[in-house]
Design a protein around this ligand. Structure first.
Ligand code: HEM
Length: 149
């Protein structure tokens, strides 16, 4: 099994990066949609329903599969012999940031349900601020895997 993982390493890493890009695209875009949904669409309006449809498709068709693919490929890389040195700092900073990113994904999923139920009480400003979370995490993650401190 570890021989197979070593052989597949460059392909798994390429797949991991592609999945990460798709996941990140959604993590950047969904809170932006929530800002406009909050500020421009009245509950029950045609625009409300349009935003709900866009948010549902983004989450279900792109973000959820991309998150799962990122995790599967990432864990394959973790189990590839010689790739992760747990005595370094970088695997821990990366793991912490990835866990927060996964929490953020689920937080967005819960907020989408608020919009569906017509019970969103958060102002656009909250979603604007939360929009910065994936950017900060991306900086930590990319520095971790590339600089490998
Ligand atoms: C979801 C759980 C994740 C796990 C378990 C995971 C694990 C890993 C591992 C073990 C590597 C191999 C490092 C190496 O080859 O030296 C890697 C590479 C990489 N990961 Fe992740 N990762 C995850 C999520 C992410 C996320 C969310 C991002 C970006 C925001 C990301 C970006 C990258 C990049 C850019 C590389 C290639 C680094 C390089 O070799 O230059 N990963 N990942």
């Amino acid at each position: 099994m570890s021989d197979l993982l070593a052989l597949a390493y460059p392909y798994v890493k390429a797949f991991h990066i592609m999945a990460v890009m798709s996941w990140m695209a959604g993590l950047f875009y969904l809170p932006r949609l929530f800002v406009h949904h909050t500020e421009q669409a009245e509950v029950g309006s045609e625009m409300d329903r349009t935003f709900q449809m866009m948010e549902q498709k983004l989450l279900r068709l792109i973000m959820n599969p991309a998150m799962i693919a990122t995790w599967i490929a990432g864990l394959c890389l973790v189990f590839t012999p010689g790739i992760v040195d747990w005595s370094s700092v970088w695997p821990w900073t990366k793991a912490a940031a990835v866990l927060v990113m996964t929490w953020f994904h689920h937080w967005l999923g819960l907020r989408r349900k608020d919009f569906v139920a017509g019970t969103n009480t958060r102002p656009g400003r909250t979603y604007r601020m939360m929009n910065e979370v994936p950017t900060l995490l991306m900086i930590v993650i990319v520095l971790s895997v590339v600089v490998k401190f």
